[in-house]
Structure formats: C-alpha cells, structure tokens
Design a protein around this ligand. Structure first.
Ligand code: DC
Length: 226
C-alpha cells in the first residue's frame, strides 16, 4: 500500500537579524507555501504575560500563560503582511519591539513553555508545504523536514538590519544599544539547555553578510529545488 508523502517543510533557523523573517516570507510567497513565524508565538506569550502583569521568571505562570493564550495570524488586506492577534487584541506593532524580543527570549528558555507550543507549531504543516522560521525548527519541531537552512550574518550587520527595520516602523533605538541587546539575546538563545539556537546537522549553512536579500532568497530556493 502506498502511504501519502508527508507535507514538505523548509526550516529556516538562525539568530535575530539574520534575515530569516523577510527571507521566509518571500520564499513562502514564491513556493505558494504556508508560513510559521515561531518567534511570534514566544513574543505573543511574553506580551500576554505582560498584559496580565505576570512575572516572566515564574515558570509555572508562564507555562499556564502559554497553554491558555489565544494567538491568531491574519493576513493584512493587501496580503503582504500578517496581523497577530493575542487574546483578541491586534498586537502586531507591540510584538515587533526589542522589548518583546527580549521577553520572548527569556520565557523561551523555560522547557514547559516550549512544550506547550509544540502542537500549535505542528498544526501549521499543511499542503502544499510549510516554511518554518525560528531557532529550533530543523532540530526539534520538524526534525524530519526535507529542506533545512541555517542563516547567519555578522553581529554588526544583523544590528544594522534590525536598526533599519525598527526605524522604518517608527521605533527609536540606537545602533550601539541594539547590537548589545542582539548579542545578549543570541548568547541566551544559544546557551539554553532546551532547543538551543544551533544548526541541524543536515542544514545548509548560509552566511548572508553583505548579500542582497534577493540573492539570499535565490540561494534558499535552490535548496528546495535541488
Ligand atoms: O525570531 P524572533 O526574534 O521573533 O524570536 C524572538 C525570541 O523567541 C528569540 O530571541 C528566541 C525565541 N524563539 C525560540 O526560542 N524558538 C523559536 N523557534 C523562535 C523564537
């Protein structure tokens, strides 16, 4: 008997500012596949915890928060952006800030919070395919993914990219502060014991320092089309 082939997944992992978000969106558009922005889930839990005035270091409270927070992704009217609703509130702008990133990184080191988000992440795997962006997509959530990429870039370049993105969104932050925050966040994400930021053994490594986004997209597409 012939079993149906599993839905293909392309995992794109890497540190903050490596271009994962933009590249994942463009690659998903080209392939006509769905997208999972797993970082947004951790950001959403951090945001919900903040709204409820909970202590981010309280593992039990964070786990309950991860189990009960309702997160919905909605395409914007023009179809080029996604709005993220947390417990019914459009939190898209709040979730983009570095404060939200730092809160997400802190709670993401709690194993039971990560566990609470597994089912939701797996539910994104639907035909015709999924592009999943995060830190542990290729190592923990979709270890059987046929296509895996790990993006890197120098810390200075990643800070510059994030700075440009935040400025375009009207958020004020200095480049020096941003580079320091990004380095601290990456160090925490890479050194945690559960699902640390690291390439899967079978991932294609791509250093995007100085590489135009279109070239990064083309390189990632060759991994899928190989
Ligand atoms: O990709 P991002 O910057 O939106 O992620 C925010 C934080 O969430 C990141 O610093 C670590 C955490 N995260 C994680 O631990 N695992 C993922 N798969 C995605 C994000």
């Amino acid at each position: 008997m012939n079993r149906a082939a599993p839905v293909p997944v392309l995992t794109i992992d890497g540190p903050s500012g490596s271009g994962k978000g933009t590249v994942s969106r463009l690659v998903a558009e080209r392939l006509g596949w769905r997208m999972l922005d797993s970082g947004a889930l951790y950001r959403a839990i951090g945001y919900a915890a903040g709204m409820a005035d909970l202590d981010l270091s309280d593992a039990e409270a964070m786990t309950r928060c991860a189990q009960t927070t309702k997160i919905r992704f909605h395409p914007s009217a023009d179809g080029h952006d996604t709005h993220i609703f947390v417990n019914g509130h459009d939190a898209t702008d709040e979730l983009r800030t570095e404060t939200a990133g730092a809160a997400a990184s802190a709670i993401a080191s709690i194993p039971s919070v990560r566990q609470a988000l597994v089912e939701l992440q797996l539910s994104f795997r639907k035909a015709p395919g999924l592009v999943a962006d995060g830190r542990d997509m290729g190592t923990v959530i979709f270890p059987d993914a046929p296509f895996k990429v790990f993006l890197t870039a120098s810390a200075a370049e990643r800070a510059r990219r994030r700075h440009k993105q935040l400025k375009e969104k009207g958020l004020k932050v200095t480049l020096t502060d941003l580079q320091r925050e990004i380095e601290a966040r990456d160090a925490r994400d890479a050194s945690r014991t559960v699902a640390p930021l690291k390439p899967a053994p079978d991932a294609v490594l791509l250093d995007t320092t100085g590489m135009p986004i279109e070239d990064v997209v083309a390189n990632v597409l060759t991994v899928v089309q190989r």
